[in-house]
Design a protein around this ligand. Structure first.
Ligand code: F6P
Length: 308
């Protein structure tokens, strides 16, 4: 008998409000998916064929998540990759969770019809600055691909759900567990190899040792791939032009790190555990090495040890 996301959360004795919050996010992702399938792929500030103002999909996705999360009465504050400042929930609608999200990560891939995703981190908190990823009570990703899927953790394993024919999220995989050793590699920021010789050596190591390249240009499908294949390594180092790399600690790296660690993998900035880094700014960036444990450790050594 298929189990719904809601039942799965209930059976795991997840807190009532957290359960409803996660289900609310899943339902809102269906609206975003619908907009993606039916809307014109306009750019923000342009108008459609009827002359109506049109929203870019990432702006629309942000508005949908903000509205639905605010109306859920389960959130205290929101922070989104699409907003410069924290959004405090009005007193009469306030719950107990801070929700941070990237409403549509990799949205530039939409016009090429590639998979993209949404990323969420959930904390039991009134505020966001000063938090560490370790304090997340849950994280999840939604993948808008040929199928609509999500992968979530409430720190009790990592589980995948898939949208079924009648629009319910049904559990499709439970207790995803990563092998220590990767066979696939996803090398982000390859432009760094020209100045970072250590990164060039790492990429060469993967190629010379017959790893298979699996890089889509979207962090959500790339990490989703690692989780579902139960092995792989994803990297996005910094380089001279962008020492901290490009990926955001709060909106991208910390939620992904929780999922991957819960699946038995590892996630660091090359030296430090991603989940131990405190958020000092909403838009803080960090390099990231994430995935199968042995390969992340090897990447850390090759990037930082003098011996290599
Ligand atoms: O942060 C947005 C993002 O699209 C990620 O999803 C992805 O991993 C990364 O940027 C890709 O960066 P680049 O364009 O440098 O390969």
């Amino acid at each position: 008998m298929p189990i719904s996301l809601d039942k799965h959360l209930r059976d795991s004795a997840v807190d009532h409000d957290l359960r409803h919050l996660i289900v609310k996010i899943a339902v809102t992702a269906k609206y975003v998916h619908h907009a993606m399938q039916t809307g014109d792929l306009g750019l923000a500030g342009t108008s459609n064929m009827y002359g109506e103002a049109q929203l870019a999909l990432d702006v629309l996705a942000n508005q949908l998540f903000v509205k639905e999360l605010e109306d859920s009465h389960y959130a205290t504050c929101l922070a989104s990759e699409e907003m410069e400042e924290e959004h405090t929930i009005p007193h009469e609608k306030r719950g107990k969770y801070a929700v941070v999200f990237d409403p549509l990560d990799g949205s530039s891939l939409v016009d090429a019809n590639l998979a993209i995703g949404s990323i969420f981190g959930i904390y039991e908190s009134d505020d966001i600055i000063g938090l560490k990823g370790d304090q997340q009570v849950a994280s999840l990703i939604v993948v808008y691909g040929p199928r609509l899927t999500l992968i979530y953790t409430t720190k009790n394993g990592v589980h995948e759900c898939i949208l079924n024919a009648v629009g319910e999220f049904i559990v499709s995989r439970e207790n995803i567990s990563l092998d220590k050793k990767a066979k696939n590699f996803a090398p982000g920021n390859l432009r760094a190899v020209s100045s970072e010789k250590k990164y060039a050596a790492l990429v060469n190591y993967w190629m010379n040792n017959h790893y298979t390249l699996r890089y889509s240009g979207g962090m959500v499908p790339d990490i989703n791939h690692i989780l579902l294949k139960e092995q792989g390594v994803f990297t996005y180092p910094g380089y001279e032009k962008l020492p901290e790399g490009k990926l955001r600690l709060l909106y991208e790296c910390a939620p992904m790190a929780l999922l991957v660690e819960q699946a038995g993998g590892r996630a660091t900035d090359g030296k430090k555990r991603i989940l131990d880094i405190a958020v000092e700014r909403l838009d803080q960036r960090t390099p990231i090495f994430i995935g199968s444990e042995d390969d992340v450790i090897l990447a850390e050594k090759m990037m930082h040890d003098e011996a290599y």
